[in-house]
Design a protein around this ligand. Structure first.
Ligand SMILES: Cc1cc2nc3c(=O)[nH]c(=O)nc-3n(C[C@H](O)[C@H](O)[C@H](O)COP(=O)(O)OP(=O)(O)OC[C@H]3O[C@@H](n4cnc5c(N)ncnc54)[C@H](O)[C@@H]3O)c2cc1C
Length: 415
């Protein structure tokens, strides 16, 4: 019997776990290497989920239950005076990062999950690929999957200079338990995904499950993301901690300087519709990130394949980072099933996923055009400076690329 082929997966987040689980099913021997020694589930906030993500989770044997995502049956544009300006039946499902990550982590065999291993570089020849770690150890395989995220060590080795590009705005995110919302904010917001469009800015907020996936009324949480223009000098300030250390384009939440959080909460009080301002002010530990996007010209380098955020990063408006990673993983496993020739399979993977990656990044830029234009003087913004909230609500997400959850179909798949 032929020896099983070995895949080395670098990165143990959602993309890496799904790729690992699917390749195992496709007949590969898989070992996964994750830099973090701790529990990734401690991090993360609200997360957009699409039908395709759950289909892939079902494929790897996860029981997909309705508690994994919370339905929100309408979208509303909340005016600056708290009135609903426009309502549409565009519906959404909100979830949270740990809710998706945890079952995947549990499904992946602990014996093949090496935590605390940081990849330093990759070497390869005609017969094998070698992962070299910062502790000096080496692992050999037939394939290396780079699921090491937006600052991928692997991408930087093979595509030096390809880096996420700032879109000229940042996002504050936060979560508030629904029982801490005022009755007025709760009544107006809890059953809707609310968009607001303060001058030059944008918010989106929606309910997500509470602790332990609790979707019972009274136990849910309310999540917001608030986009604000920020030039490079401002971003440099925001991502520098109190000791003067710069963290680049994101910063661990506890290190965000208290004066920036206070300033943001003051701006929420005066600049957002009051119900949303109140939600933002109540967020215990806001998160801050720079909005960036990135595309690569190539996904495959010999025996190395980029996957998920290591390759294409779309802005969060498409709410599809995890779904894209899941679809990449499914495509890779399908292309490399059983005895498929590696080079041919990888070529097919590259062809199929490049097209999708480009399309989703492009749509995310389109959705952020208005925010990006804000850094220019008003007279130079042209059509980009004009926003149509109704159109933004209609095009939010990427309805032409990924689909809303259809529980009936998902349940049929599992019966
Ligand atoms: C802890 C965490 C929380 C997140 N929370 C959210 C959220 O709340 N909302 C949202 O929309 N998206 C969130 N994301 C991003 C989201 O998971 C991704 O956009 C999507 O799932 C595709 O991710 P990925 O698996 O390709 O890369 P990522 O999710 O970025 O994971 C990359 C993994 O690779 C590891 N890694 C990086 N470099 C190395 C190296 N040299 N050697 C070994 N391992 C390495 C990282 O530790 C990380 O676990 C989060 C990601 C992480 C890691």
């Amino acid at each position: 019997m032929a020896q099983r082929r070995r895949a080395l997966i670098v990165g143990g987040s959602i993309g890496g776990l799904l790729a690992g689980l699917l390749l195992r099913q496709a007949g590969w021997d898989v070992t996964l290497f994750e830099r973090s020694a701790g529990d990734l589930a401690d991090r993360g906030a609200g997360l957009g989920v699409a039908h395709e993500l759950f289909e892939v989770m079902i494929r790897v044997g996860i029981k997909v239950e309705r508690s994994l995502a919370f339905p929100v049956h309408s979208s509303a544009w909340i005016g600056q005076d708290d009135r609903i300006v426009f309502e549409s039946d565009r519906y959404w499902f909100g979830s949270a990062w740990p809710i998706i990550y945890q079952p995947l982590r549990k499904a992946f065999p602990t014996s093949d999950y090496r935590a605390g291993k940081t990849l330093a570089r990759v070497e390869q020849d005609a017969n094998s690929v070698t992962a070299i770690f910062t502790d000096g150890s080496r692992e050999h395989g037939d394939l290396l999957v780079a699921a090491d995220g937006v600052f991928s060590t692997v991408r930087r080795q093979f595509l030096p200079g390809v880096e996420p590009r700032s879109a000229g705005y940042i996002a504050w995110r936060g979560i508030v338990p629904e029982n801490e919302m005022s009755p007025k904010a709760h009544k107006l917001l809890i059953d809707t995904s609310a968009f607001s469009f303060p001058d030059g800015e944008q918010t989106l907020s929606l309910p997500i499950p509470g602790a332990n996936n609790d979707t019972r009324p009274g136990h849910r949480r309310y999540y917001f993301i608030w986009y604000r223009p920020a030039n490079s000098a401002r971003q440099a300030e925001l991502f520098t901690d109190a000791t003067g250390r710069s963290h680049g384009v994101s910063i661990p939440p506890p290190l965000i300087r208290p004066e920036f959080i206070a300033e943001m909460k003051q701006a929420a009080r005066t600049g957002l519709p009051p119900v949303l301002g109140e939600v933002v002010q109540r967020a215990a530990q806001p998160l801050l990130q720079s909005i960036t996007d990135m595309e690569v010209p190539q996904l495959v380098f010999g025996r190395v394949a980029l996957l998920g955020d290591s390759a294409f990063v779309a802005r969060p408006h498409v709410a599809a980072g995890t779904t894209k990673a899941a679809l990449d993983a499914a495509c890779l496993a399908d292309c490399l099933r059983d005895d498929a020739d590696l080079a041919t399979g990888l070529q097919r993977y590259e062809r199929e996923r490049m097209a999708f990656g480009r399309a989703i990044v492009e749509h995310s830029r389109h959705l952020g055009t208005y925010l990006e234009a804000q850094l220019k003087p008003a007279a130079e913004r042209g059509a980009a400076g004009i926003r149509d909230p109704r159109q933004i609500i209609a095009e939010y997400g990427a309805p032409h690329l990924v689909h809303q959850l259809d529980w009936d179909r998902l349940e049929a798949l599992q019966s």
